[in-house]
Design a protein around this ligand. Sequence first.
Ligand SMILES: Cc1cc2nc3c(=O)[nH]c(=O)nc-3n(C[C@H](O)[C@H](O)[C@H](O)COP(=O)(O)OP(=O)(O)OC[C@H]3O[C@@H](n4cnc5c(N)ncnc54)[C@H](O)[C@@H]3O)c2cc1C
Length: 405
Amino acid sequence: MANYKDIIIIGGGAAGFFAAINIAKENPERSVTILERGKEGLQKVKISGGGRCNVTHAEFMPSELVLNYPRGEKELLGPFHSFMTGDTIAWFEERGVDLKIEEDGRMFPVSNSSQTIIDCFISEAKMYNVEVLYNHSVKTLDARATDFIVQTSQGELTCNKLVIATGSNPKIWKILNDLGHTIVPPVPSLFTFDIKDKRIKDIPGVVAKNVEVKVLGTDLVSEGPLLITHVGMSAPAILKLSAFGAVEFADLNYNFKIEINFIKQDTESCLNHIKALKYTLAKKSVIKSAQFDLPKRLWKQLVLAAGISNSERWADINKQQLEGLADQLTKAVFNVTGKSTFKEEFVTAGGVDLKEVNFKTFESKRIPNLYFAGEVINVDAVTGGFNFQNAWTGAYIVSQSITKT
Ligand SMILES: Cc1cc2nc3c(=O)[nH]c(=O)nc-3n(C[C@H](O)[C@H](O)[C@H](O)COP(=O)(O)OP(=O)(O)OC[C@H]3O[C@@H](n4cnc5c(N)ncnc54)[C@H](O)[C@@H]3O)c2cc1C
């Protein structure tokens, strides 16, 4: 039959290429075709991790790894027992791509270039005869009893097995919805918080090494480094919250209050600490004697916010000022008024409802022979290489499932 392919993969991104290569390697007798709407594929891989591609994360326990997925935690536990971060590292190493671990656990190609990953995929796809049809945008899908009809911008194709790896593409979600799948409405995840506040206005670039951030009126809380930016706050303490609170923050139209404990101590022990300084540092200027390992510029802003002036010494300040400073250090409230893009990595929460995917095979529970991999399903993770790991794991399991049938 003209234009018949055994296996079609829609989407030439991370998940699509990984699935296609692994399927083709195991099934040399079956034709494998990627349909990619762009004139090139792997565009997100290219820009990922600031151009370095944070391929995965050095976390080797499935039960720990899943904690990084606000959506997908429960469902990915089984799949991670089949294909994990260690398997990703081995997969790339076997193909001559060595990965290195950074201090925070993120893993990158030793070359520090996402092009290394792209080159690897393109050459593997070629080696196993994967056909990649660029400029083929999928317009409609028809699921028949024994095959699928795929209408593209360049004509019609038929196939026996269909893998959807289109990332967060609204048109494909609409088509899947028409075919009977539930689509959880998409909202952005992994963003920084916009905050206009005198305390942080003049100190972009300042990092507090380990803070606790609570979202007032919710159960959301996170810990980690915090970076003051030109428009607000970023770094893991904020990015983790943006992922775990993605749906709540969208509902709040990105307007909410956060409370920051800059020193991760309770207010009382903080107060006891600074009370003692009235005697031990009596003649020293408060503003110039930063405590708790806080950056000097941040300390200064918090001291000023507590109503302590530039010239005041520890001996001069009263009980109210001391309490004000303890509050600023341990429960400073900031108004978040919007969000900004975190350029290193962002993803979309939402997609194919997890209840409708068989996580042993990544096959649709609604339509036989239809498979999903990557961001098209309602899985997303915090920053650190976990989003790609979801793509590799899903795509690998799809390849194993298709190989067995
Ligand atoms: C700036 C940025 C940096 C990132 N950095 C990292 C990182 O360092 N580490 C990490 O783990 N994650 C990172 N991510 C997230 C990661 O890129 C995604 O989770 C991952 O790419 C998802 O893979 P995917 O294959 O599901 O989707 P995608 O990579 O988005 O691929 C989907 C493909 O499908 C194609 N497509 C869509 N619709 C159609 C259609 N109708 N017909 C044909 N083709 C179609 C698209 O053109 C695209 O090529 C980053 C994201 C961004 C935006």
